[in-house]
Design a protein around this ligand. Structure first.
Ligand SMILES: N[C@@H](CCC(=O)N[C@@H](CS)C(=O)NCC(=O)O)C(=O)O
Length: 174
């Protein structure tokens, strides 16, 4: 539509715009809260993780002399602004999932952000024990889902063979 990727063919549509795609998949698979308030909270959590993702994605585009400062700023924001919110939310309500005591789009996005942030600093979760456990559980479930033949096939066929089939968000397509 706008001559851009990502583009996902799904349910007879050619969808573009990352957020539109992810919102559709989340709605379709019941991962977007039970009411408008849960959806709003999920959106807030998701948008915040995307803010951090964007900072990380822009890192390689920084001029060499600015990279160390930029990386320090990413780590500082991750550990003082973003991760404490998720750690506290999970700790306070004592549930396994961020919103409504059930798996949602916010949990998927948080896992993706944690994995990307760990590429910047492998021990970035060292002060976040609840997030460490959450990551471990999510990865176990994800690997289990991914290794199931049915899911791998579904992802490949829906994405027409694109190489994105091992992305955490896309495992949900199965
Ligand atoms: N807002 C869009 C941005 C998509 C975008 O910037 N795609 C880039 C690749 S990551 C692209 O297709 N660039 C080629 C172009 O704009 O001509 C989204 O979230 O999907």
């Amino acid at each position: 539509m706008f001559q851009q990727v990502p583009m996902v063919e799904i349910d007879g549509m050619k969808m573009v715009q990352t957020r539109a795609i992810l919102n559709y998949i989340a709605g379709k698979h019941n991962l977007y809260g039970k009411d408008l308030k849960e959806r709003a909270l999920i959106d807030m959590y998701v948008e915040a993780t995307m803010d951090l993702n964007e900072m990380i994605m822009h890192h390689p585009l920084q001029p060499p002399e600015a990279r160390a400062k930029h990386l320090a700023s990413i780590i500082e924001k991750a550990t003082t602004r973003y991760f404490p919110v998720y750690e506290k939310a999970l700790k306070d309500h004592g549930q396994d999932f961020l919103v409504g005591n059930r798996f949602s789009r916010a949990d998927v996005q948080l896992l993706e952000t944690i994995l990307i942030a760990e590429e910047c600093k492998p021990d970035i979760l060292s002060k976040f024990p609840v997030l460490q456990v959450k990551e471990l559980i999510a990865l176990t479930v994800w690997i289990h889902l991914y290794l199931s033949k049915k899911i791998r096939f579904a992802i490949r066929s829906e994405l027409g063979g694109l190489q994105y089939h091992n992305h955490p968000s896309l495992v949900l397509l199965g």
